[in-house]
Design a protein around this ligand. Structure first.
Ligand SMILES: [Zn+2]
Length: 176
């Protein structure tokens, strides 16, 4: 069910999120990750991918600087899409890690909820302040784990273990 639909109550929203999660799990979006061999793009291919958006991240639209960006497969690997330059777009590592393998419907929910909550936090509403405090602790803990992990193996922005540039390098920690 598209996120643009209005839901009658929170129970319906909860049910929908659980349903979308189950669908993703059933389709193997979680358990098959990492099993398939992933081709490493050549430097020339990465240049070609970056040029497609004039060095902009295809998720947030921000400028991409340096070399620590990801080439995001526009179709999930497990669907068997071809590993061609045409199937990749440049993306910030942080944007790619948060995008994870959520379905489009789930990601629309994440945007809707995130935009709403961002506003609540800024306006310092009761729920915004409570969520902001909870989030601050969570984020600080994640940063500390990343710090401890050092540079050889990085704890990605989403809290998953992985080599730099490897979107699905290890067990997930926070994605559901
Ligand atoms: Zn981005």
């Amino acid at each position: 069910m598209p996120a643009k639909r209005a839901f009658p109550d929170v129970e319906a929203v909860i049910d929908e999120l659980k349903h979308l999660h189950a669908s993703r799990r059933d389709q193997g979006h979680e358990h098959k990750l990492g099993r398939r061999e992933r081709r490493v793009l050549s430097p020339a291919d990465r240049c070609a991918v970056l040029a497609k958006t004039s060095s902009r991240c295809h998720i947030c639209g921000g400028e991409i600087e340096g070399t620590r960006w990801h080439a995001d497969h526009v179709k999930a690997h497990i669907t068997g899409a071809e590993h061609e330059v045409a199937n990749y777009l440049p993306v910030h590592a942080i944007c790619n890690n948060y995008r994870w393998d959520y379905s489009s419907d789930e990601f629309q929910w994440i945007l809707k909820l995130g935009v709403w909550l961002r506003s609540e936090v800024e306006r310092e509403t009761r729920i915004g302040r409570a969520a902001g405090e909870k989030f601050t602790g969570y984020d600080a803990g994640r940063a500390a784990r990343r710090e401890r992990a050092g540079s050889s193996v990085e704890l990605t922005e989403s809290g998953r273990w992985g080599m730099p540039g490897n979107r699905h390098g290890g067990p997930k920690a926070f994605h559901g």
